[in-house]
Write a protein that binds this ligand. Sequence first.
Ligand SMILES: Nc1nc2c(ncn2[C@@H]2O[C@H](COP(=O)(O)OP(=O)(O)OP(=O)(O)O)[C@@H](O)[C@H]2O)c(=O)[nH]1
Ligand SMILES: [Mg+2]
Length: 308
Amino acid sequence: MRSFPGGYGSGQVPSNEEYVMHGFEERRFRPLAVDTDLPWDRIRLSVVVPVFNEARTVEELLRQVRSVPLALEVIVVDDGSTDGTRDILPGLAENGLIDHLVMHEVNRGKGAALRTGFAHATGHVVVVQDADMEYDPREFPLLLEPILSGKADAVYGSRFLGGPHRVLFFWHSVGNRFLTLLSNMFTDVNLTDMETCYKMVRRELLQSLPLSADRFGIEPELTARLAQAQARIYELPISYNGRSYAEGKKIGWKDGVSALWCIVKYNVFPPAVPEWRPPKVPAWQEGDGAAKIVGAPADRAQQQGPPS
Ligand SMILES: Nc1nc2c(ncn2[C@@H]2O[C@H](COP(=O)(O)OP(=O)(O)OP(=O)(O)O)[C@@H](O)[C@H]2O)c(=O)[nH]1
Ligand SMILES: [Mg+2]
């Protein structure tokens, strides 16, 4: 396995070009290499960013997203922000940081924002990216690999599997683990972080699920529907840079209580979800020479010559 000059952990962050040229061979906190033989250049990832009052972070977050060496479709849904976010976003769309910008006239909640975003997605795979910089988009390739290699239909990035994380609220983590336990008892899948933002799902599957939660109930609902569809779910460790209330944290104990009811509701009551049967050939490999996506990693790497 080749290493980036300096390598992760040396304090030296590889440039985007180095990252591309070395074909994701360096992992951030796993010794395993990403399989460079996978068709990274044929897959398009739709990134759905729900935004509510994130004027402080949304531009920097979108720059981070855009620097990921994958073919991306960036969909931003403003959820009735009142802190100036709505004035910033159109300029970011003009500058090419956003492909589709949708504005909710009034605040409707993260779930409603996600459903709007999912409806606009046209990529092969969709991932949720919160706008508050708690999650690191450089981890998209890690999350995508189990889908690209045909092993998974959905991938969750877990904050509780040993990835680097800011040490923060103990009782919140207890609450998260309890909600995950309860969700698992209903779904009979063994997740470690049901509430994680990093949920990556094949688009056809995601758009076939009946989703209706407007607020944070979308997390247990999506999990319940994926389990009911018998989707193959993978989990990977991710890093987590949690924020304090002074830094803008919004979620509170009332959201935890409402999650309890949502877990019961979406696991016990209809509609029934039909079993998901993945097509034999994934959409990104259809046809002999499925069109390569211009600007995807392999193209850029070729333009720059082989890795030394
Ligand atoms: N809180 C909140 N967030 C929303 C809403 N609509 C969209 N969002 C966005 O959904 C994402 C997740 O919201 P967060 O408040 O960060 O939720 P969280 O990460 O679970 O909790 P904290 O960051 O700890 O508050 C962020 O990008 C928000 O901007 C809403 O009505 N309320
Ligand atoms: Mg957050």
